[in-house]
Design a protein around this ligand. Structure first.
Ligand SMILES: *Cc1c(COP(=O)(O)O)cnc(C)c1O
Length: 339
């Protein structure tokens, strides 16, 4: 095998040795199968291809200084996948089976887990698709669960830094009580236009308001939003936000640090009052926000006056990364160590 340049990995796909698959047929899940084939052979009338009966997850495995491999909160991803399955009528995969599949695929691809020093990690991508053939709009009778992995580089190559965002009103990602709270591919298809517009305008990402009133903050691209002020961590509550496991973890860490936590609707104007703000998710943990521009209303909410990440974002970021890499004790039992 060609040596992997760990220091220069991007967030792309790299072929690894194995993926894990599990089929749902006749009303039951089968065995977990280790597979070295990268392609899927599915029926052209599969419901995932026509009617978007597809769910996915994203999590990471980290190699510690002690050489141990840590997987961050896989049970939480299992539960979120179950919630997505419930939302789009797919059979739920039991938590034990999900976690066993994650461990199996990570173990089988151990040589692709980046070294501790690189700051990189192994990205784990589970997906569940309707494979049964249907032409009418019905849930499939057969499903396939697949987990593959790929090594990904550190998100902040030039160091932890801030980014500019732009409010997009023209395109919505998800409607209230729609599929925004489920991790389905359709939400991403719906976000591509807004994301392209933000990029074309020179921003790193699009910023969504609630689809109904365009008054409250929803998400920053495919990441949750949080703001910090008066020793309080504030994150929006809405029926179209995807419940981020990173956000949930940061809320707990904030509480541990004596910071108050509020989960409630956040009106756009409140952006003016934040001392710090960030976008959070598995990819970056926290991507601190430099400013949020509202072009239609000729407003710019400058969050970071000096362009640098604030002290609370930095502290939370370092704390969560330290737990993920095993540099600090895992007091909340978030980490699964690979045996
Ligand atoms: C996956 C995802 C997130 C982040 O969730 P994490 O569990 O923290 O990785 C946030 N928003 C959307 C829309 C997502 O799909």
């Amino acid at each position: 095998m060609k040596e992997i340049d760990w220091a220069n990995l991007s967030f792309g796909y790299m072929k690894t040795d194995y993926n894990v698959r599990c089929y749902y047929r006749d009303g039951a899940w089968g065995e977990l199968e280790l597979c070295s084939e990268e392609t899927l052979n599915i029926h052209m009338a599969a419901t995932c291809l026509h009617y978007g009966q597809e769910a996915f997850e994203g999590l990471k495995a980290y190699r510690g200084k002690d050489g141990k491999i840590r997987i961050f909160r896989p049970e939480a991803n299992a539960e979120r996948l179950q919630s997505t399955c419930d939302g789009i009528l797919m059979p739920e995969l039991p938590t034990e089976m999900f976690v066993a599949a994650i461990k199996k695929v990570v173990k089988a691809n151990e040589r692709f887990i980046p070294p501790y020093e690189s700051g990189a990690a192994l990205y784990i991508r589970p997906l569940l698709i309707g494979t049964g053939a249907q032409v009418g709009v019905h849930p499939a009778d057969e499903y396939l669960f697949v987990v593959f992995v790929t090594p990904v580089g550190p998100y902040f190559k030039g160091g932890f830094s801030t980014n500019p965002y732009v409010i997009i009103r023209e395109f919505d990602r998800a409607a209230p009580y729609g599929t925004g709270r489920y991790k389905v591919g359709g939400n991403y298809a719906a976000s591509l236009r807004a994301n392209k517009k933000a990029h074309d305008l020179g921003y790193s990402c699009e910023f969504y308001l609630d689809a109904k009133e365009k008054k409250y903050i929803d998400e920053c691209g495919a990441a949750n939003f949080f703001g910090i002020k008066n020793n309080t961590y504030i994150t929006p509550k809405s029926s179209s936000i995807l419940p981020s496991i990173t956000n949930r973890s940061l809320m707990q860490l904030a509480e541990d640090l004596g910071i108050k936590v509020e989960c409630r609707p956040v009106p756009e104007e409140e952006l003016e009052t934040f001392e710090e703000a960030g976008a959070c998710g598995t990819a970056a943990v926290i991507s601190p926000i430099q400013r949020i521009d509202d072009l239609e209303n000729k407003k710019s909410y400058v969050i970071s006056k000096d362009g640098k990440p604030g002290p609370v974002c930095t502290k939370l970021y370092n704390k969560l990364r330290a737990i993920q890499y095993g540099d600090e004790p895992d007091t909340h039992n978030w980490v699964t160590i690979l045996d």
